[in-house]
Design a protein around this ligand. Structure first.
Ligand SMILES: [Zn+2]
Length: 425
């Protein structure tokens, strides 16, 4: 296998994605890497003692915030923040999930987010996430192997598929677990995996996950084919940048939120209070006694909202605005939308482009065609809620929201370089 900085970082991204089959696993993997780098965990329920240079992280369910405390008062220096999201389109296991029909045991699931659901057919799937156990504890779980599958219907049994495949999620997107009706059901399998009694599993947040490891692909091996690149690739770049950034005057912060794919409206999502709560506590410590410190800090801060971007498609380039066609491997993409689906403006994009140029990183631009609706992301939500000047960017990718997405390893060091420069600003 050839090695180079982009392939090494691409391989590290693949390892990160493979370790993160659910948002809770992504948070655990972020935490593992942060601990290994010397960051210590703070509990929201505890009183925090923070000192300049201190490196900490906080977990709220499927979300994580990590930060390095700056040497200057927050109100004088502002913060430098990078945001990304831990969740991806998938299927969530229902409370009553044991479905029996046609001699099969199936698992009742509910679509989560806006996936390209046909890409989940005929793949080796498992279940991963978090369970609540009797007594008030929770545990991460991931079933080994590939115990679930969504089989296609043979073309001989429905030739109308030639006119286009439509899938009824209630009736057709029900993964099969076993064709032995006496086989233990999914939750019994989960309990066995945890060494627990099935009656002790009192709640669960479990999602389907593709089990095929992320791979190097493409003629030159520089593409990364993987599930959940949107937005684990930006969580990975943001974390790598935070670990690489030298300590400075300003506090540097990474926020990885859950629930972006369903609108971010939750206690751990970007419309919730998590980031506001952490910044408020940080400022209360770094600028003790200054009642105007929080709005002054916000006014001097910058947020880079990092969420994956659409590279131009090789055979459907007509779906891109002709003068804005990001290329794989071409560097971070600045996302602009006149109707504020993205928070990018002149000041924030200019600031980001300058930091990228200083780091030797090229940038690209994306706007949606005028005759197509725009996607959105956590940037405008955080900007709206907190009033932090924000720029929306992302690494270019293909097949966004497919079960198996595609990005370029060449963009990983470019993203890390630009984000590191922003955090170290
Ligand atoms: Zn995304």
């Amino acid at each position: 296998m050839p090695t180079s900085p982009h392939l090494d970082l691409g391989d590290d991204l693949r390892a990160f994605v493979d370790a993160s089959p659910s948002p809770f696993h992504a948070v655990a993997e972020l935490a593992r890497r942060l601990r290994a780098a010397g960051f210590t965990e703070l509990a929201e329920a505890d009183r925090w003692a923070l000192a300049p240079g201190g490196e900490h992280f906080v977990v709220r369910h499927g979300s994580l915030i990590a930060f390095r405390v700056g040497s200057a008062p927050s109100a004088e220096a502002g913060l430098r923040l990078v945001g990304a999201h831990t969740d991806s389109p998938t299927f969530k296991v229902r409370p009553h999930s044991d479905v029996r029909q046609a001699g099969y045991r199936l698992v009742g699931v509910e679509p989560y987010g806006g996936g390209l659901w046909h890409t989940w057919l005929d793949r080796e799937l498992t279940v991963a996430g978090r369970v609540a156990l009797r007594g008030g504890t929770t545990a991460l779980v991931r079933l080994p192997g590939a115990p679930l599958r969504l089989p296609s219907l043979a073309i001989h049994l429905d030739r109308s598929v030639r006119d286009g495949l439509t899938l009824d999620p209630q009736r057709e997107l029900v993964p099969v677990w076993s064709n032995d009706l006496n086989w233990p059901d999914l939750l019994e399998g989960i309990a066995a995996e945890l060494g627990a009694d099935p009656l002790d599993v009192v709640g669960h947040d479990l999602v389907l996950a593709d089990t095929q490891p992320a791979a190097r692909t493409g003629a030159d091996g520089t593409w990364v084919a993987a599930p959940r690149l949107d937005d684990l690739a930006c969580c990975h770049s943001g974390l790598t940048a935070l670990l690489a950034a030298p300590a400075g005057r300003r506090t540097q912060l990474l926020v990885c939120n859950d629930h972006e794919e369903v609108g971010s409206g939750s206690m751990s999502g970007a419309r919730g209070s998590f980031l506001e709560d952490v910044i408020g506590r940080l400022v209360a410590v770094t600028d003790a006694g200054d009642v105007q410190a929080l709005p002054r800090t916000i006014a001097r801060s910058r947020l880079v909202s990092a969420d994956m971007a659409h590279a131009v498609h090789p055979t459907r380039s007509d779906r891109h605005e002709p003068d804005h066609r990001p290329q794989l491997g071409g560097g971070p993409v600045l996302k602009v939308n006149a109707n504020q689906a993205y928070a990018t403006d002149a000041a924030s994009s200019g600031w980001f482009a300058e930091r990228a140029a200083d780091a030797g990183v090229p940038v690209q631009w994306f706007v949606t065609r005028a005759d197509l609706p725009s996607g959105s992301t956590i940037g405008p939500l955080t900007a709206t809620r907190l009033g932090i000047p924000t720029v929306d960017i992302g690494a270019p990718m293909l097949a966004m929201h497919s079960c198996r997405e595609l990005a370029s390893a060449r963009d990983v060091p470019l993203m890390v370089g630009a984000l590191t420069a922003c955090l170290a600003d």
